[in-house]
Design a protein around this ligand. Sequence first.
Ligand SMILES: Cc1ncc(COP(=O)(O)O)c(C=O)c1O
Length: 388
Amino acid sequence: MEYKLTTNTFNNLETRAAIKVIKSGKFTLGKYVKSFEERFAKKFNRKYAVMVNSGSSANLISIASLFYRKKNCLKPGDEVIVPAIAWSTSYFPLIQYGLKIRLCDVDIKTLNVDLNSLKKKINKKTKLIVVVNILGNPANLIELKKICKRKKIILFEDNCESLGAKVGKKFTGEFGELSTSSFFFSHHISTGEGGIITTNSKELNDICKSLRAHGWTRDIKESKIFKKKKSSFHEQYRFILPGYNVRPQEINAAMGLVQLKKFNEMIKVRRKNAKIFQEIFSKNKNFIIQREHGISSWFSFTLIVNNKKGLTREKVLKVLKKNKIHFRTITGGNIAEHDVIKFLNVPKSDLNLPNASIAHRNGFFIGNFPKDLAPQLRKLEKILNHII
Ligand SMILES: Cc1ncc(COP(=O)(O)O)c(C=O)c1O
């Protein structure tokens, strides 16, 4: 029995939806994208949603949008604090837009931002905090929001791997001025490739809409970010912002609409699997597993090998490989230990990140997806008990 990292959650419903789009002859930014955006925003309690072609593009457009709004906008040289465990494209737009990246450590148990480490990095130049909810587990969003409000710092939530997670009654993704989701294949809902930005600000929504499509005004109806010209000829090709083309396709949105309907059921199964995982590993001193904060949507199951017990990750992974259990790095690992760090211009003093380093060197994750994984998890239990 092979235990993979992910599975295909598409069936004939997504296939039919995709074929319908192909037959329609309309491929970009049409009724399916509009409908997906409206339903997504409604389901996750946000006023606006802007669909794009990936979670990475959603991060890029979000960060860019904060440079073009009228009040409280970012400027090159402003400082941004971001935890050392995130995805590569959680960081890249920050440096590409000239922000000064300050790294803080993570909590070894939750794998989310460590607030004590974060607080030490806040100074007068701090204008933005990027919080990344790791692998379905909500960060300490209530406290973060309070800090941001008190210090007049913008909070941006990269929620690309945590759709459906909750803190109290609120979803993750409801806390940031802007929040992003990814619909890549292995994520909580998938559109093949795809992503979305959500916000409650009409201004940011309109800026994001322009930035995603050539920097033009065509897809924006009534807005305060520009005044429509009398001539519809010029309005059709009117460029107001230095944007991109990161538009989603109708096919992705049509498949996303089907996946949204399956969402509640898929999350239920993920959580059921998580109960078994927790039951097996929560008392096992050889591993640190991710401690749930709030209600996780369980993207995957992390295991950090406790070296003090004489076990090594190398030994564990060798046995897993032999038994066809797939594994991988926890999200992107510690960004400070990647070659790309030399391009991110992070102060040297920020590169000492003990917990992120432990997760990077001793940790890995195994898959969780909306199928009953009880047999796979029991097999894992048996194998690991055997090597200990
Ligand atoms: C935290 C985080 N941010 C951003 C992304 C990028 O999303 P995408 O792969 O859709 O570009 C990912 C992808 O897994 C992610 O985990």
